[in-house]
Design a protein around this ligand. Structure first.
Ligand code: FAD
Length: 376
């Protein structure tokens, strides 16, 4: 049976009102849950299809210092409150299942928002097909190239390229030569110095039910590279100072794959060497140009930003997802008095006052690395 909000464990009256959330990746789904738990009716709009692929592994904190009930609740959904490395697809799946259990959340896929706007009484999103979704507040959870940010921070609409990329290779353990598999007793995480002062991370990402055995277990290898700026610009991944898209496996030039294989032979120990070679051979890797965004503001009137739409830290901070969870928790606290009329702008002002300095510091903490390693 679908949950109505507020959930059983919240002992207070439901807040009035409604919210539109743009983006249904990790931040958008967490925002939807956080707002619905406070009693709002939530509509989440996502441009992608429901069945999209997603390979990267994220380090998720255990939540030792989580003070709010909503933060603990979200943490329980994603990792049962344990610090761990999880595949993006696992996190997304768990959050989406939770969202779909609420009768007060409408989750819409294949809906691309083109513009957002607001007046004194409401905020709204208009899609590329001319459909308009109105609500008391609107939350942009639409990632590092956020459309909603153009409305909230028109003076600073873009995240900027940090001058390096991160290769992310991911393969099924089963596809490795039998003698080279990490197995149940092998290393589960390894961090090594990389090329030119970068890093290499290897991780074994366990299967959903946590049982031993290599079936469905994935090996992830992530390594930094600051030598590809011209290539990224030539291939259109970076235009000017703005990242437009990642470099997908099928689009990586052959000679780049050869050079990456040479580097792997020189530097990576087993089992990561075999895993990287297999990923290169099958083009199961993606080059992700790293971008950064230090926000001046997170809110304008009744429209606010959450997750990578609001702040983009370097992956070295391992905090993009973790801080997005804190954004969602802060949002739920701020809307508990309702969002209709002036209450909507007051709630979002409070959200900005709780989050802006923290997320600015978080992004700044990763910028020192980018400035010494990256070559914009
Ligand atoms: C290499 C790498 C490693 C990382 N490692 C870690 C880590 O170890 N730990 C950690 O905490 N974080 C990590 N992060 C950061 C983390 O992945 C993100 O911060 C987190 O996933 C939150 O993303 P998001 O939901 O805000 O944005 P996104 O995942 O970008 O989602 C935005 C969503 O909005 C949708 N959308 C965009 N535009 C529109 C539109 N116009 N209309 C409708 N929908 C739209 C998109 O389709 C997408 O679904 C890492 C990031 C990178 C790049």
């Amino acid at each position: 049976m679908k949950k109505t909000a507020p959930d059983k464990d919240i002992e207070k009256p439901a807040a009035d009102g409604s919210a539109v959330v743009v983006g249904a990746s990790l931040s958008g789904l967490m925002a939807g849950i956080a707002l619905a738990r406070e009693g709002l009716h939530v509509t989440i709009l996502e441009k992608a299809d429901e069945d999209r692929p997603g390979g990267a592994g994220l380090q998720v904190d255990g939540g030792l210092f989580d003070r709010s009930k909503t933060a603990r609740y979200l943490r329980k959904i994603v990792t049962d409150g344990k610090k761990s490395i999880k595949l993006w697809s696992t996190l997304e799946n768990r959050l989406r299942t939770e969202v779909q259990s609420y009768s007060t959340i409408d989750l819409c896929f294949n809906v691309r928002v083109q513009t957002v706007d607001q007046d004194n009484a409401a905020a709204w999103a208009e899609t590329d097909e001319g459909e308009v979704f109105r609500a008391d507040i609107l939350i942009g959870a639409d990632g590092h190239r956020s459309q909603v940010r153009r409305h909230v921070a028109p003076h600073k609409p873009d995240a900027t390229y940090a001058g390096y990329l991160v290769w992310f290779a991911s393969i099924k353990e089963e596809s490795m030569p039998e003698g080279e598999r990490p197995g149940d007793g092998g290393p589960s995480v390894n961090m090594l110095g990389g090329i030119n002062g970068g890093f290499f991370f290897g991780s074994v990402i366990g299967r959903e039910d946590g049982s031993p055995g290599s079936e469905n277990r994935r090996i992830g290898c992530t390594f930094y590279d600051n030598t590809r700026n011209d290539q990224l610009r030539r291939l259109g991944c970076v235009q000017g100072n703005v990242v437009h898209h990642s470099l997908a496996g099928p689009d990586i030039p052959d000679d780049t794959l050869d050079k990456l294989a040479d580097q792997a032979y020189e530097r990576w120990p087993e089992p990561w060497l075999s895993a990287t070679l297999k990923a290169l051979e099958t083009r199961n890797l993606t080059g992700i140009p790293i971008k950064e965004y230090v926000p001046d503001n997170l809110v304008k009137g009744r429209i606010g930003l959450i997750g990578d739409a609001g702040h983009v830290p370097a992956p070295i901070t391992a905090s993009g997802f973790n801080e997005s969870l804190q954004d969602a928790a802060a949002l739920s606290k701020c809307v508990s008095a309702g969002v209709q009329g002036d209450a909507g702008t007051k709630a979002l002002d409070k959200y900005e006052s709780l989050r802006l300095n923290k997320v600015r510091q978080m992004v700044e903490s990763g910028r020192g690395f980018g400035m010494s390693y990256g070559r914009p």
